[in-house]
Design a protein around this ligand. Structure first.
Ligand code: FES
Length: 179
């Protein structure tokens, strides 16, 4: 006569093993989903959104661009507005610098030059400087008043309101090619 209690135990064991496998798969998928849903960069770090502050935090229109080394951009303020220029040269990736005497950016590696607004002047760089998306928000309501256009360029500052300026270092706009 077959031992029925052993047969039932074996079936139960197989059921439990199957359920356990399903449980592992579920936990695995849930864990991956949570990881993908979480933001990869924290606010204020390179790759995330950096809050520059109010208009008072900006360099004057006539002043040199402000250097933000930790978040890898130069903040440039001209008559047309503000721009956050990615610090990496569009030629072979060196870090270019602002030359105060010449009033332009010059790359130390092969001499590419760029205007204060990131536009290519001369040298082996194939395009103007890349830039990050800037948002100008109403300081009271948080409403977005202006944003860098998809093709890049300066963002004008509203004169009649207090604003907060934010730079999204995760949203890079590739500079215009010049040839
Ligand atoms: S890396 Fe800047 S000019 Fe070559």
């Amino acid at each position: 006569m077959p031992d029925e209690s052993v047969a039932i135990n074996r079936r139960e064991f197989l059921n439990l093993a199957w359920l356990a496998s399903l449980g592992f798969i579920f936990v695995d998928v849930a864990g991956m989903t949570v990881l993908f849903a979480m933001p990869r960069f924290k606010e204020g770090e390179f790759g995330g959104v950096f809050v520059v502050g109010s208009k008072d935090s900006l360099p004057d229109v006539d002043a040199p661009p402000a250097n933000y080394p930790k978040v890898k951009f130069w903040l440039s303020h001209t008559e047309e507005g503000v721009q956050a220029l990615y610090k990496v040269c569009t030629h072979l990736g060196c870090l270019y610098n602002w030359n105060n005497q010449e009033g332009k950016f010059i790359c130390p590696c092969h001499g590419s030059q760029f205007q204060k607004n990131g536009t290519y002047i001369q040298g082996p760089a194939p395009r103007s400087l890349d830039q990050f998306v800037i948002q100008i928000l109403d300081a009271e309501t948080g409403e977005v008043l202006a944003e860098t256009p998809p093709e890049g360029g300066p963002v004008p500052l509203p004169e009649d309101r207090e604003v907060v300026i934010k730079v999204n270092t995760g949203a890079r706009i590739i500079g215009q090619r010049h040839n």
